[in-house]
Design a protein around this ligand. Structure first.
Ligand SMILES: *Cc1c(COP(=O)(O)O)cnc(C)c1O
Length: 384
């Protein structure tokens, strides 16, 4: 018999934090909307719950599930991915500290560091994290307090060797943070590879249905967990009960969704590679992708995001506006396919900076629809 702790990913995703309700046996634990909890005498809390910002059973269930699927000791859920990032950065940094940031991270991460935390004295340097030599040189020049990477990155799907980066970071005394939103723990577990913190926008694959905004942090270190827990309570950017519940429900199907997203994305990448209207396809599953070998080592699948460079900026814009099944919208990671033009949409805030995205690039979030319909849609849009 498998003990609870030895359960494998897909089982943890369904069951962790989801014990049946004790009083009724309800297989799906109820959503707890109560903002306050009755005390048995002053300070006599029944299960540690007191007030909705400091703790809520539905949020606890999600946090238990998040810790289990990332293989971490502590997880914290927040009202958005950026709220999670802000809480982590406040917990880990002090004025004067420097962050070494990957060059094509989510635009909002760059904006948070440059425009919100910058004025509070947090310094920022940007480097291509997938280039080991560049990272070593940057760290040798000046040791950062914190290193932040997205792998696969957004939107160019650059792959960083997480174990290698963690070694460089730890030798320099830096905290190593991985935004695991694109891969999800179904395909990649950064903590097991040596990272200190996993960040998620649960808005994307974890929620999985484009109907809930949320974020999460997962860590092993007790002292850091305590600081994050304090700030989650003291700042209060927590996820609400219904958001937490929707995210939990999404995570239960994460394993099967990521399998299908990966299969469909591989087929879409193969089709795009064969098209003479496409200049370049970015997908870590392609054998000629620069990070392919590392991706094979550290991921168990290549995920659902495919980016593509067309011949010119106008051609890219036309393509992004010509699909039908792929809907033109921000965000990614839902069951439905989406197309995004980063330069003017998700990454407009980093135009003209080190983190800018080439104007020829279009990003596809490949959904779980029938793959033949997806390929037909792209084929027609490329001819438009
Ligand atoms: C969307 C996203 C974020 C920000 O999350 P929100 O939930 O929108 O606040 C951070 N990182 C990545 C990789 C994302 O895609």
């Amino acid at each position: 018999m498998t003990t609870d702790a030895a359960r494998r990913f897909a089982s943890l995703a369904v069951h962790a934090g989801q014990d049946p309700d004790e009083s009724t046996g309800a297989v799906i634990p109820p959503v707890h909307f109560s903002t306050t909890f009755a005390q048995d005498g002053i300070g006599g809390l029944r299960q540690g719950y007191e007030y909705g910002r400091s703790g809520n059973p539905t949020r606890t269930a999600l946090q238990t599930q998040l810790a289990a699927i990332e293989g971490g000791a502590h997880a914290f859920s927040f009202a958005s991915g950026l709220a999670a990032e802000d809480t982590l950065l406040r917990a880990a940094l002090a004025p004067g500290d420097e962050v070494l940031l990957g060059s094509d991270v989510y635009g909002g991460t760059y904006r948070l560091l440059a425009r919100v935390l910058g004025p509070w004295g947090v310094r920022l340097r940007v480097v291509d994290m997938s280039d080991g030599d560049a990272v070593r040189a940057a760290v040798a020049e000046r040791a950062p307090r914190l290193m932040w990477v997205e792998t696969p990155s957004n939107p160019l799907l650059r792959i960083t060797d997480i174990a290698g980066l963690a070694r460089i970071g730890h030798d320099a005394g830096a905290l190593v943070v991985v935004d695991n939103t694109f891969a999800t723990p179904a395909l990649q577990r950064p903590l097991a590879l040596g990272a200190d913190v996993v960040v998620h926008s649960t808005t994307k694959y974890l929620g999985g249905h484009s109907d809930v905004v949320g974020g999460a942090l997962v860590v092993n270190d007790e002292a850091l967990a305590e600081k994050i827990g304090f700030l989650q309570f003291a700042v209060g950017a927590v996820s609400g009960p219904l958001d937490a519940w929707l995210t939990t429900r999404g995570i239960k199907t994460l394993a099967v969704r990521m399998q299908r997203h990966s299969e469909n994305a591989a087929a879409v990448a193969a089709f795009l590679t064969s098209s003479d209207r496409v200049a370049r396809v970015f997908y870590p599953g392609l054998a000629d992708h620069p990070g392919h070998d590392i991706a094979v080592r550290q991921m168990s699948g290549f995920g659902g995001i495919v980016s593509v460079a067309l011949e010119s900026g106008p051609a890219a814009r036309r393509f992004a506006e010509s699909t039908r099944l792929f809907q033109l919208a921000e965000s990614l990671g839902g069951v439905e396919s989406l197309v995004n033009y980063p330069d003017a949409m998700t990454h407009a805030s980093v135009r003209g900076t080190d983190a800018a995205v080439p104007v020829e690039v279009v990003r596809l979030s490949v959904g779980i629809e029938d793959v033949d319909d997806l390929v037909d849609d792209l084929d027609r849009a490329l001819r438009a």
